[in-house]
Write a protein that binds this ligand. Structure first.
Ligand SMILES: [Fe+2]
Ligand SMILES: [Fe+2]
Length: 209
């Protein structure tokens, strides 16, 4: 079978749907590669800052890695702005939707809400609400999102920072998107992992380029 015979989904057979499922699995396995390609495209977007969105994404992930953060955090930092390409007005939700099946619930929540948390740093300059984050007060991941923004997001616009290249992060991305989607052992509901691990950070600073 090269393609299915049906023109309307309701006319498909079991054999055809089994054939399509195999194709889907093959396609899904390359999600990590496609996301990295998309991240490179971020390099063309949004001018005015001292560094590109790709530079910002890599710098956020580099800071996460240097803080001793785990793989879920590193990949979340790397991809947190990937929604800028197609969803400029809800880029946070877009990125969270991509990550949701493959990372800890904690990281998905933080990526999904980071847009509101970031407003603290600039909204008062443009007539926005710097307290947009207050509606999440008391949430279990509130402090994690605060930390994510303070340490990795708002700080990562520095052209002089020693940012690691995209190739450094390929293995982390491959690992995350090879996981079984929505497995509870992957999404780990309710589990909080600190963003900063001083022991691992120290180890990495010895190994760091
Ligand atoms: Fe963002
Ligand atoms: Fe960002």
């Amino acid at each position: 079978m090269k393609t299915v015979n049906f023109n309307a989904m309701k006319d498909g057979t079991r054999e055809e749907y089994e054939f399509l499922t195999e194709h889907e699995i093959e396609y899904a396995a390359k999600t990590g590669d496609r996301l990295l390609d998309a991240l490179v495209k971020l390099d063309e977007g949004l001018s005015g800052y001292k560094i590109t969105r790709l530079g910002h994404s890599l710098q956020s992930a580099t800071r996460a890695w240097r803080d001793g953060a785990d793989t879920d955090w590193i990949v979340s930092a790397l991809l947190h702005d990937i929604g800028d390409i197609y969803a400029p007005y809800n880029h946070d939700e877009y990125a969270a939707a991509i990550l949701k099946p493959f990372v800890r619930e904690q990281c998905t929540w933080v990526v999904e809400k980071h847009g509101d948390f970031q407003r603290k740093y600039y909204a008062h300059h443009v007539g926005g609400n710097p307290h947009a984050r207050d509606k999440f007060a008391g949430h279990a991941y509130f402090d994690d999102c605060d930390r994510f923004c303070e340490r990795w997001d708002q700080s990562s616009f520095d052209p002089d920072y020693d940012t690691l290249p995209i190739d450094f992060f390929r293995a982390f991305v491959a690992e995350v998107f090879a996981r079984k989607a929505y497995e509870p052992s992957v999404t780990r509901p309710g589990e909080r992992v600190p963003l900063v691990d001083p022991d691992i950070a120290r180890e990495r600073s010895g190994a760091s380029a």
